[in-house]
Design a protein around this ligand. Structure first.
Ligand SMILES: [Zn+2]
Length: 316
């Protein structure tokens, strides 16, 4: 008896499913295909996260240039370099609530492990999601500065480094390494103690063929003066990741005269409390005819280098 009742229930379920399917088909036919279109849109949007949609929009599937992908995490920093042969380096990991966005972007770029991660300095808008990244993705080496703090975010990052056995290297001016045809050179911090975290930022120069990218972290005037004194021969870059979210205390005319970027990228959040980027910085860049891209206006930003020239695309 129980078996027969089960059969009846199963038959009922099949009839119900057929009825629903029939109803859906009628709706589809009766609405001139509009139902099918919207159902397709629903499936499409459900399949791609906003981060993945940005990657799909900005990065051609057959890209074989060096890619710098700047993730729009608001008034915080996170960007990744992906070499033509698939090596990857992440610079900073935004605030603590940016983990989803960062991990979705890395995934959409096909990055399942990172060769290297750079934590420019231990402020929450640069290492906020570093522990989450380290816990999710295998990392070859993490590069850090000597500057230490006692914040929970910093402790969490150190915990994740230890738990995941990630080799950690403290770097100073002159340290260099190669990755996938890209030469990385550290220009800051100098081998001395700094009074604040921003000036202890790792400043990283990436050279690919004849093109150069300079990543300043939140380095301010003190660090800039040190770099000009020690590394002026390494300047003259194509792309500048502007220091400290475009703050007036992180860009000097002397520094721009030495670096002469053609493209400047500013990581800043819409309506942020600090007024970043500051007018003084924008005025200096404008006077030198530097193309400025800002995450608050341009969203995610992709910069490509074929070793000879750079070009860019922006999501917004
Ligand atoms: Zn910052």
């Amino acid at each position: 008896m129980a078996g027969r009742r089960k059969k009846k229930t199963a038959a009922g379920a099949i009839i119900t499913i057929l009825c629903i399917a029939g109803l859906l088909l009628m709706l589809a036919l009766g609405t001139d295909g509009a139902f099918l279109d919207s159902f397709g849109d629903f499936l499409g949007s459900a399949a791609l996260s906003p981060s993945a949609a940005n990657v799909a929009k900005l990065v051609p599937g057959d890209n074989d240039d060096l890619l710098l992908y700047v993730i729009d995490t608001g008034n915080s920093d996170s960007m990744v370099l992906l070499t033509p042969d698939g090596h990857s380096l992440l610079i900073d990991a935004g605030e603590s609530d940016d983990a989803g966005r960062i991990l979705d972007t890395l995934s959409a770029l096909g990055i399942e492990s990172l060769d290297a991660v750079v934590a420019t300095h231990p402020h929450a808008d640069h290492i906020g999601s570093m522990a989450a990244v380290l816990n999710q993705i295998p990392v070859g080496t993490i590069y850090m500065t000597d500057f230490v703090t006692t914040t929970k975010t910093y402790e969490k990052m150190l915990g994740a480094i230890e738990e995941n056995n990630v080799p950690a290297v403290n770097v100073t001016d002159g340290y260099a390494f190669d990755l996938g045809g890209v030469r990385f050179t550290v220009l800051n911090p100098q081998a001395r103690e700094y009074g604040d975290a921003n000036n202890s930022s790792i400043v990283l120069l990436a050279g690919y063929g004849g093109t150069k990218f300079l990543f300043e972290g939140d380095a301010e005037e003190e660090a800039i003066a040190d770099m000009l004194a020690n590394d002026s021969g390494l300047m003259d870059v194509d792309v500048l990741k502007v220091g400290h979210h475009g703050s007036h205390n992180a860009t000097t005319q002397e520094f721009l005269n030495a670096t002469t970027p053609s493209l400047a990228i500013i990581n800043c959040g819409e309506g942020n409390d600090y007024g970043h980027p500051h007018k003084e910085t924008l005025d200096m860049l404008g006077a030198m005819d530097v193309t400025v891209l800002r995450t608050d206006q341009d969203g995610d930003i992709a910069v490509f280098s074929d070793g000879t020239a750079v070009r860019y695309a922006a999501a917004a």
